[in-house]
Write a protein that binds this ligand. Structure first.
Ligand SMILES: [Zn+2]
Length: 190
């Protein structure tokens, strides 16, 4: 990517946005040599060559469907429409394309998903984080859940009801389990 003024190849992306209904990405760049600002447009097909670096160090091509599936799992059985999921992944991709040029770590993608999921639905956020963030202790996880609960209540009092149990309940979240509300009261001790 040559600077139109001085032909320098080194530049920095300062803004990215989707255009043509998501088929292309416009990037504002600044030349690191002469500070000239210019815009480039890249087709999304090119962007799909974005490489994801997994925690194991393995590199795989970016795949929107993987992100969408992860988000959909976290949102399962909550009142969230498919359209909202697609929109959320659009925002995540904007974050990725704004902050990364060719490679992105899975933990970064997870962080972006977390930011947007937290706004969309606190329960989905906690489910997602329980899978994607490596909590070193149970206490750390509980602390995170409590924090989300407090914030959800502050930001939108009605969202408190999204939690399926009252704050006094010692087992407030059934993350990814198949436990039904019926079986909750018939705990058997062996
Ligand atoms: Zn230049």
């Amino acid at each position: 990517m040559l600077c139109p003024s001085c032909k320098e190849t080194e530049n920095k992306v300062i803004d990215s946005r989707l255009s043509e209904g998501g088929a292309a990405i416009r990037r504002r760049r600044v030349c690191l040599s002469c500070n000239r600002r210019f815009t480039t447009k890249e087709r999304v097909e090119e962007e799909l060559r974005l490489t994801v670096i997994k925690a194991s160090g393995q590199r795989v091509p970016y795949n929107r469907v993987n992100v969408l599936n992860g988000v959909a799992r976290a949102c399962s059985k909550l009142d969230i429409r498919e359209e909202q999921l697609q929109e959320l992944v659009d925002h995540v991709e904007e974050d990725i394309f704004s902050n990364h040029d060719r490679e992105v770590k899975t933990e970064d993608i997870g962080r972006y998903v977390g930011v947007h999921l937290r706004r969309l639905n606190p329960v989905a956020y906690v489910r997602f984080m329980s899978v994607h963030r490596k909590y070193s202790t149970v206490d750390a996880f509980i602390e995170e859940i409590s924090d989300v609960r407090v914030r959800a209540a502050q930001e939108s009092p009605t969202q408190q009801s999204l939690f399926e149990t009252s704050p006094a309940d010692p087992t407030p979240l059934r993350v990814g389990s198949n436990v039904t509300s019926k079986s909750r009261n018939v705990k058997t001790s062996k």
